[in-house]
Design a protein. Sequence first.
Length: 335
Amino acid sequence: MAVKDPRYSPPMRAAHITALEGPDAIEVVELPDPTPAKGQVVVAVESAGLNFPDLLMTRGLYQMRPRVPFAPGGEIAGTVVAAGPDAAFERGDRVMALTGWGGFATHVLVGSERCVRIPETMPTDLAGAFAFTYATGYHALVDRGALAAGETVLVLGAAGGVGSAAIELSVALGAKVVAAASSADKLAFCAELGAAHGIDTSHEDLKVRAKRLSGGSVDVVYDPVGGEQADAALRTLGPGGRHLVIGFASGTIPRVPWNLALLKQCSIVGVAWGAWALANPLRHASNMQALFELHAKGALRPRITARHGLDEVGKALRAMEARQVMGKVIIEPSR
Ligand SMILES: NC(=O)c1ccc[n+]([C@@H]2O[C@H](COP(=O)([O-])OP(=O)(O)OC[C@H]3O[C@@H](n4cnc5c(N)ncnc54)[C@H](OP(=O)(O)O)[C@@H]3O)[C@@H](O)[C@H]2O)c1
């Protein structure tokens, strides 16, 4: 799918954070057109995926703390509209890019080494909602978790962006998924993605139910939530189990009694996909290729559940903060 207006048409607009006070401090501003330097490209953004780190950045709570004002938005997809000398892409190329921030804008200036060509089979809107969650999931489950076919994965926050990608990937890798989420609607969504079982964390005992549904113990916990759920989930692991520490959407970093790792004979495995991808570009590229192949085969079907223009970035972030988001939300700056 091509962008509606692939011309490099000023003025550039961006949804800026004007103070580290959360989604209410977002303002859409006009900016001078970016000019690409050596190795850089300007991408006309068609789709920018919304991710939890964008929300954390609006309050200065993420490890990356750009200077205010800045536009959040860590992943984009669109068309190259200008290229500097020695850039790896040229005008008209369809690319997706991991930007860190700056993606909630009509145009993004980015180093071409951060861009990947979008496969022919993938629409651009979907490409803007693909890399962050699936690449995290692939690195976590394959590189860090060594997930094997036939194993059981307990996915926390399973209806969210990272969680829903983990369900699909686990199923694609031959594992059985027990999904944990906070409502019946969210669990129905997880079942549609391939989860074999669901636990409603609003009123069910996570540890008891996960053990029962997995036939005794779980092999891998996929944990983007932290807090009390992390503690309960760790206790469901059997010998050789792996608890993948993805994030702390609950806002609480759990304090683990170390004797549990001994008693359970389990591993607590940290996952920092962004830092790993920057340090290991070739392995990251190979993971992206594997993900593109899974998508082409139909094994991964990212669910875009809401689309917003730049004027609604604050609204989209507030919905994420209120746990109302299922699957992926995208910002379409040209709306
Ligand atoms: N380590 C890495 O490499 C890496 C990479 C990408 C993202 N992450 C992290 O992964 C986490 C999830 O990101 P995401 O984009 O999937 O976010 P998301 O779409 O908002 O999903 C987060 C889920 O967490 C659950 N949750 C529990 N308590 C919550 C609370 N107090 N506030 C908000 N959500 C709460 C919600 O599910 P229920 O309502 O069903 O409980 C929600 O669906 C974030 O912490 C992010 O920073 C880490």
